[in-house]
Design a binder for this molecule. Structure first.
Ligand SMILES: Nc1nc2c(ncn2[C@@H]2O[C@H](COP(=O)(O)OP(=O)(O)OP(=O)(O)O)[C@@H](O)[C@H]2O)c(=O)[nH]1
Ligand SMILES: [Mg+2]
Length: 322
């Protein structure tokens, strides 16, 4: 499914890799570790007069902790998965009239947003999915940050902040002939050299000023949405930032999808509960029930783990027999 729905070259590579088994291999390691822990616990359930001795408890604790770490590691890739599937959330912000909508139109290659000399033209946000180089971007044009907005404009600006709160990339647009941007404190804290590109627009009118203060150190590009000058450079800088945001696709990088994430969260909850029971020295039956829950959840990703495998682990690792 991920392969079919891949929206960019990079998403395609990740989906392909997943299909070839990178996720399956990582799941197998987790499931094996969990099976070992569970087998050790189950061994004591079958012999009711024996409690889990402290040394076994320590081994199981270590195994549970290891599986929990692996589960967290995989869960951490879900944002990357979201980025690959739905595009890098890129918000275009700046003062009214800076040329944000003009730039959006240039990047998507059509007149998507209304452009006009009147400041405060864009009030609601405008979203377009576009492929730039190997990346899929969800470009969002926003209402200009007017320090003294009208009532409707004010609602638009509130929305801008809301969207900026969850953005992956910021394209800050400033017009060379009006180079003041009073950035809200919250925004200022969100932007940094890894996620922000400053675009000096309208260089057909005047040369671009040099960045100072808060803006120093940020990547910049000079363009004219009117003449098209610098637009190739703009694309290149966007690709460079997007490259940095999406980890190099090493052999074992996987990006889980929403279904995987749900199963992993269930496993995480069961494992956390098992860890608590272990710490409290609770009965093996209760512990086993959590571990079986985690095993079933992980099994939803890589295929059901049947009882046979459980018994194999039990007999292979412990001297139990007739
Ligand atoms: N000379 C020149 N004019 C430009 C350039 N880019 C945009 N404009 C003009 O600047 C005005 C504002 O452009 P918009 O794209 O609507 O600006 P905006 O930032 O979206 O403005 P708001 O939606 O009001 O916040 C329009 O008249 C554009 O034609 C440019 O590179 N050079
Ligand atoms: Mg606009």
């Amino acid at each position: 499914m991920d392969l079919i729905q891949a929206r960019s070259e990079r998403a395609l590579v990740a989906a392909n890799r997943q299909l070839r088994g990178a996720l399956g291999r990582q799941m197998a390691v987790l499931i094996d570790a969990l099976l070992l822990g569970l087998a050790r616990v189950e061994a004591y359930i079958d012999f009711p007069d024996e409690d889990l001795p402290p040394e076994d408890q320590a081994v199981v604790s270590a195994q549970v902790a290891e599986v929990l770490r692996g589960t967290e590691r995989l869960l951490a890739t879900s944002h990357y998965g979201e980025v690959l599937r739905n595009g890098i959330k890129t918000v275009i912000i700046g003062e009214p009239n800076a040329g944000k909508s003009s730039l959006l139109n240039c990047l998507v290659g059509k007149d998507r947003a209304i452009v006009s000399p009147e400041p405060g033209t864009t009030r609601d946000f405008i979203e377009e999915v576009v492929n730039i180089g190997p990346h899929c971007l969800r470009l969002i044009d926003t209402a200009g940050l007017n320090p003294a907005p009208g009532a409707v404009e004010k609602l638009g600006i509130e929305k801008t902040f809301e969207i900026a709160g969850e953005a992956d990339l910021f394209v800050v647009v400033m017009a060379v002939n009006s180079p003041t941007l009073l950035l809200d404190k919250v925004l200022r804290e969100k932007i940094h050299p890894e996620n922000t590109l400053v675009v000096w627009n309208k260089i057909d009118l005047a040369p671009a000023p040099v960045l100072a203060g808060t803006w120093k150190g940020l990547s910049t590009i000079e363009v004219s949405a009117a003449t098209g000058e610098g637009l190739e450079g703009l694309r290149a800088k966007i690709i460079a930032l997007a490259d940095g945001l999406t980890p190099a696709l090493g052999e074992d990088v996987v990006a889980i999808n929403a279904r995987h994430a749900q199963a992993l969260k269930q496993a995480r909850a069961d494992l956390a509960s098992a860890a608590e029971k272990l710490a409290a020295g609770e009965a093996a039956e209760l512990l086993a029930s959590d571990l079986r829950g985690a095993l079933a959840a992980l099994g939803e990703i890589s295929g059901k783990v049947d009882n046979e495998r459980m018994l194999d682990a039990l007999f292979a690792n412990f001297c139990i027999g007739k």
